[in-house]
Ligand binder design. Sequence first.
Ligand code: ADP
Length: 404
Amino acid sequence: MKQVLVLNCGSSSIKYELFEMDQGRALEAGLVERIGEAKSCLKQTSSGSGTNWPSRTTEVSVPDHRHGIDMIRRVLSENASFDGGRHLVGIGHRAVHGGETFSRPTLIDDQVLAAIRDLIPLAPLHNPANLVGMEVARAAFPHVPQVAVFDTAYHQTLPRYAYHYAVPQDWYDSYRVRRYGFHGTSHQYVAKQIARHLGRSADELNTIVLHLGNGCSASAIRGGVSVDTSMGLTPLEGLMMGTRCGDLDPAILVHMGKQAGMSLSQLDTALNKQSGLKGLCGVNDMREVMAMAAGGDGAANLAVEIFVYRIKKYIGAYHAVLGRLDAIAFTAGIGQHSPEIRARSCRELEAMGIAIDPARNTAATGSETSEIQTVDSRVKVLVVATDEELEIAQQTLTCVRDAQ
Ligand code: ADP
């Protein structure tokens, strides 16, 4: 039996998931939260199936990431199948920003850590936390190969005209300003699932993937290769999100700086944390926003209208980018679970060959891949359950094997 542990280290949390790789089955998952705060907590879910696992929350003391990873190791040791880590063939780390340096999963060594450190200016919040996780996990599991799987890597295939911004060339040359794109692991996983479901090879399919969670992004995938994506230098660009604004006239920043006296860091906070659904109606959780809209709240209703309108614009744009479109996939929390958002995003697109069947749309639960287009729809419309952790585990295993 081969096992892979996936770690996702944030600044104050560590998510973990242990996989048995013969069948790609999760054995154990959990989250250490509020690291470094007075009351940290450990949430555990153990073997079962998917999101319905029984879960347990314990208050614990976790002063730093080293203690967090030690705790995860102890928790895993309680699972008989872990067997002291005897079957662990690799640890996969979610890494947020790989810049132009990393276009594939990479075995972690001192040089790789230095390169990820060099990319900190591009992801000042995420890369330092990812690095701490990698360093601590290397010390805790010194004999297990560790692999970095980058959120940006899948989009490194964008053509220059798609990733270049029309700004002074020196911004790219000296400051690495370009579109990188994020959620790459999810887009890649979903593109593969679409191909598997349709019984086709990924390299013969043109697809649009709509990842709609707290963060939202769209990608245009030609023959399995990402050719455009909506997030940019940072995850702020593109679709409207829970708390992020998405596409924006950049002169708004200058205007608000001059007129409202906002500083750069105030603007940064406003656009990342106080915009999107939250900025418009005070709430960032789509379920609540939709309930408010259904109850007659005008602000919530407008928020949902903008949300679906922007998705529709990206469908149109990426259809044009791809020329021939075979499939559109909805994924992540909102994409998998909201028939209404799916229906409204694709409304009146029949002329483009896209039509959703209301009964199939309502019946799609989001837990497995399903088709929701009408019989006449030229383009397939699918609901796909994304699994970034499983994709990281599989890429980790492949990377470890290739290195042997
Ligand atoms: P993250 O990006 O943090 O991984 P998820 O992919 O879990 O987030 O997506 C979270 C979003 O999905 C939230 O806005 C939540 O309200 C939304 N969501 C979950 N279930 C539903 C549902 N049934 N209808 C509408 N939105 C939903």
